[in-house]
Design a binder for this molecule. Structure first.
Ligand code: HEM
Length: 491
């Protein structure tokens, strides 16, 4: 088993910071023509970054850089070109003469979700994002203080990139006490585990209800979720036994072999996904009426669960024994347990997002293949809840959604593949129409299929409940790489 240099990896790879429920995503751009100041700032920031072996109990700081950000600090062309094409191209290239860019088509960022309308990262407004600070704190006032300190520290080198009517805005994220996102479901339950990580080698403790808790994995969880480090951290072997390799032949100014700045880093996908909770609730109630002839709570809950593949409390619909501690289980498969989707519909969100043992010539191969397309999710809800007591009309108008974050070593083969070939695929798993219930992409005649006996239910979905409002591809470097980038000489 390859040993990962955890002390050099940023902690976000291992933890979603469940004990630091308040977070901010501070997008910034470098000040023009101040490369020396930028490098000095990065040098001091490197000392404050929270690494994977740190505890980060009171606050945490992580750093991500975009391709324009790396260019700004004079990373050599040789090194820059070793990054993946999708990272270098960015999430929202401008349209071509013949229509939306290839990338927008892959992601389904069309119509309402087109980068034309994004609040940031799209074709208009706040496009020049060189990087992002991910700030985490235990309460809101500590978070505000942390934002303030970090903005002061970057002065003269970089400045916050997002503004609305001249005012600085910072996108926030929040873990609510019940760990539920805005549609009302527990989130962050199913995550891949990196082979050799502290969690993967932990002894079982009693469940604390935290998604990132320290309990030991069961044998089935290991079989399903244990993934090679190279799927998430550059410089190590992945599930194909390939190492996204180090650059050789590059020398630094003293003639020494240059260190690959990708080592111990990973790509970070950020998407601001706005959720229309009222439209979702209406759809659930209408569908309950169509399927069960009633719209009472149990009927609505049944439909809501079928859209996700888990109940609101996170219990999977695939038949599994709930176990003694009643925490949601994640050691289930579909091929033998629920092949035809009569328990967990084939098009349900979790079955599309991770089909486990269902897409391949046989169940074992399918499970092996699925490990090449996993992502670590570190997103959090933003905005007040619909039922937050803001008053009806204010609450209705307020924007809410998920600051979606995915970590992966290969954006094209992991995040984009899931988004394009599974969530947006109208024929996923043999379905004849319809896209992911939580997806932002919609096709003509979009339907949700709920498998049942003797006949399936096909429910028209008039429009998606999610809309993309901004996004960008970043690189979450290893800490030594941040130090290397801070040195005056070319990397
Ligand atoms: C507003 C949009 C979204 C919402 C509200 C949402 C919500 C959820 C919920 C409630 C779960 C079940 C809890 C769990 O298994 O951890 C889940 C699982 C998951 N979601 Fe999403 N999600 C959204 C968008 C996305 C997108 C865009 C992707 C990927 C491109 C994605 C990938 C996943 C994956 C990989 C899982 C775990 C599936 C498994 O391993 O069984 N989600 N999501």
């Amino acid at each position: 088993m390859e040993k990962v240099e955890w002390e050099d990896v940023q902690r976000l790879v291992l933890s979603g910071y469940p004990k630091l429920p308040f977070s901010a995503y501070l997008f910034w751009h470098f000040e023009p023509d101040k490369v020396d100041a930028a490098k000095r700032w990065l040098g001091s920031l490197a000392k404050r970054l929270t690494c994977a072996v740190a505890r980060g109990d009171r606050q945490a700081i992580n750093l991500a850089l975009s391709a324009p950000g790396l260019k700004h600090i004079n990373v050599s062309d040789n090194m820059l070109n070793s990054f993946s094409p999708e990272f270098l191209e960015g999430m929202a290239p401008k349209p071509t003469a013949t229509g939306p860019s290839r990338r927008s088509n892959i992601l389904g960022d069309l119509g309402d979700s087109s980068p034309e309308f994004w609040e940031w990262g799209g074709w208009n407004g706040s496009r020049d994002i060189d990087g992002m600070l991910l700030l985490y704190a235990s309460d809101r006032s500590s978070l505000m203080a942390l934002i303030d300190t970090e903005i002061k520290a970057m002065a003269g080198a970089a400045e916050p990139a997002l503004r609305q009517n001249g005012e600085r805005i910072v996108l926030e994220g929040r873990i609510y006490e019940d760990h539920k996102e805005h549609f009302g479901f527990k989130d962050g339950i199913s995550q891949p585990m990196i082979e050799g990580s502290p969690r993967a080698s932990k002894k079982r403790k009693k469940s604390s209800g935290d998604p990132d808790e320290n309990k030991e994995l069961t044998a089935d969880e290991k079989r399903i979720h244990l993934v090679k480090p190279g799927e998430f951290i550059l410089g190590y072997r992945n599930e194909r036994r390939i190492r996204i390799s180090s650059i050789s032949g590059t020398k630094d100014s003293k003639g020494a072999e240059a260190r690959d700045i990708r080592r111990n880093g990973t790509y970070l996908v950020f998407r601001q996904l706005e959720q229309d909770v009222r439209a979702f609730n209406d759809f659930v109630a209408n569908t309950a009426g169509r399927v069960y002839g009633r719209t009472d709570e149990p009927a609505r809950e049944e439909i809501a669960a079928r859209l996700v593949g888990r109940t609101r409390e996170g219990h999977p619909l695939v038949p599994v024994d709930r176990g003694p501690d009643a925490s949601p289980r994640n050691d289930f498969l579909y091929h033998f347990e629920d092949r035809f989707g009569t328990a967990c519909p084939i098009g349900a969100h979790i079955r599309r997002a991770n089909p486990r043992d269902t897409i391949g010539p046989d169940a074992d191969t399918a499970l092996r293949l699925s490990k090449m397309h996993r992502i670590i999710r570190r997103g959090r809800p933003y905005g007040e809840r619909l039922d937050s007591g803001m008053g009806n009309s204010a609450s209705r108008k307020a924007s809410r959604g998920i600051s979606f974050i995915a970590l992966n070593a290969d954006i094209a083969g992991q995040f984009e593949m899931i988004q394009h070939s599974w969530l947006n695929n109208t024929h996923f798993g043999g379905l004849h129409a319809g896209t992911d219930p939580f997806g932002h992409f919609s096709c003509t005649g979009d339907v949700v299929t709920i498998q049942d006996r003797p006949i399936n239910h096909y429910i028209d979905r008039p429009r998606p409940f999610v809309r993309v409002r901004g996004g960008a591809y970043f690189f979450l470097p290893g800490i030594e790489a941040v130090r290397a980038l801070a040195r005056p000489e070319l990397v």
